[in-house]
Design a binder for this molecule. Structure first.
Ligand code: HEM
Length: 409
């Protein structure tokens, strides 16, 4: 049986940090293979690329999530005891809770909250000569997220917003910046746990269909309430990624600034934001661990091996996408990508696998914002660094995406 092609360098951590999005696909191209073996943080690791590999990665018989990721990433991004690190029936039960937030009514409510907030904030943006939209949009979306999650109409998110933001924007960092983010994580965990305790004690009464109320009341398959720390982590598993949609909105603005603006009917907007989700650098890769030894495409995988799936590169695989680097929303006319072909928020099945439960909500928020920026607002793009910073997670525009001469129509 042929060995998995292996990198010669003893460890790839520095290369991976230097170019997290392009690392796996570039190495796969160099090896002429959809997989290669390397070491990350000195640990033997197999990297996978492409739709067939993604399908393998989501085979729960051969891969598990418990204990899969290096501690430093897991503890900052996911926290302890949350859905991301569960497997099998326990995972499916907890995932049902996350999916239960996503009813059509609640998603429509999010659209209204977001649009209202955009209109209100736009009035203030008009007053300023120049507005740094990364900062403005993450703050705005954090407020909307908090309301939608059950924290009331005018939640005070000034402190929380930075804590949430550092969880998803510093996950790949090192040194003091990383440790400051870990401290933020601890503070946010304590705050979320206290919120759950307050709901359980009857001291707070969020709407019954809000994530805060549902999580505080959720029982595991044996009928026990979740430990309040774990319930707090799950609450942050909703609040944090919705806040992160603020970064997707920056990418929407960037695409509107550098590409042809879409028509504002639903279908055109959907194609536009789908192309943003395919191409812009958000999650570079995902991690899991083999449950047992097995063979795939003639290669032997050992048991308990860390495996990284190339998210960014799979979304640009020329075997699936014509002219893959070109921004072309029309590629989605009459075409829905397969469950493993386009994986910016994971692949496979939402209920049985780890695919993002917030994918539809994300897409709808992006559509609302895109329509608002095209239909309701005039704005200029002042001189700035519009190139994306591929060393950062997410790879936001270097200049922070300021706009000037903002005016409501
Ligand atoms: C910025 C937008 C978002 C991005 C880039 C994103 C991306 C992802 C990715 C890559 C995964 C992992 C898939 C896997 O491990 O196989 C994931 C999982 C998850 N996402 Fe999102 N997501 C976003 C928004 C949301 C929103 C808005 C929510 C909730 C309201 C959400 C909730 C979750 C949850 C709970 C999981 C864990 C699912 C599981 O382990 O079964 N995400 N997301």
């Amino acid at each position: 049986m042929p060995d998995i092609p292996a990198d010669r360098a003893p460890d790839a951590t520095l290369q991976l940090r230097a170019d997290p999005y392009r690392f796996i696909s570039a190495r796969c191209r160099a090896h002429g293979s959809d997989l290669f073996a390397t070491r990350v943080l000195m640990e033997p690791t197999i990297c996978l690329h492409g739709a067939a590999a993604a399908e393998l990665f989501y085979d729960t018989d051969r891969f598990r999530r418990a204990g899969a990721l290096p501690d430093r990433i897991r503890k900052l991004l996911f926290g302890e005891g949350g859905v991301q690190g569960l497997d099998g029936a326990v995972h499916a039960h907890r995932k049902a809770m996350h999916l239960s937030f996503m009813t059509p009514e609640r998603m429509a409510e999010m659209e209204t909250l977001l649009l209202d907030k955009l209109r209100i904030r736009a009035a203030a943006w008009e007053e300023r000569g120049k507005v740094e939209m990364h900062d403005a949009l993450v703050g705005l979306v954090a407020d909307v997220a908090a309301t939608w999650c059950g924290l009331g109409p005018e939640p005070d998110m000034t402190r929380r917003r930075d804590q949430l933001q550092s969880m998803f924007e510093q996950a790949g960092s090192a040194g003091p910046v990383y440790w400051a983010a870990r401290l933020d994580r601890r503070r946010a965990d304590t705050w979320a746990r206290d919120l759950v305790d307050a709901v359980r004690a009857g001291l707070a009464t969020p709407p019954a269909d809000s994530p805060l109320a549902i999580i505080a009341d959720w029982r595991d398959a044996e009928g026990a309430l979740l430990p309040s720390e774990v319930a707090g982590v799950e609450f942050l598993n909703v609040l944090r990624p919705i806040t992160a949609v603020g970064d997707w909105l920056v990418f929407v603005l960037h695409a509107l600034a550098v590409e042809e603006a879409p028509d504002t009917d639903d279908a055109s907007l959907k194609r536009f934001v789908t192309e943003v989700r395919r191409l812009y650098p958000f999650f570079p890769m995902l991690g899991a661990r083999t449950t047992r030894a097995f063979e795939w495409q003639g290669h032997a995988f050992p048991a308990d091996r860390l495996v990284l799936l190339d998210v960014w590169g799979t979304n640009r695989d020329p075997r699936v996408w014509d002219d893959p680097d070109r921004f072309a929303p029309s590629r989605f006319e009459g075409h829905t990508p397969g469950p493993f072909e386009m994986i910016p928020q994971g692949g496979g099945d939402h209920a049985t696998g780890h695919r993002c439960s917030g994918e539809w909500l994300t897409e709808r928020m992006m559509r609302v914002a895109a329509r608002f920026f095209v239909e309701e607002l005039d704005w200029d793009v002042p001189e700035q660094k519009l190139d994306l910073d591929y060393r950062r997670l997410p790879g936001l525009p270097r200049g922070g995406m300021p706009l000037s001469r903002i005016a409501r129509r």
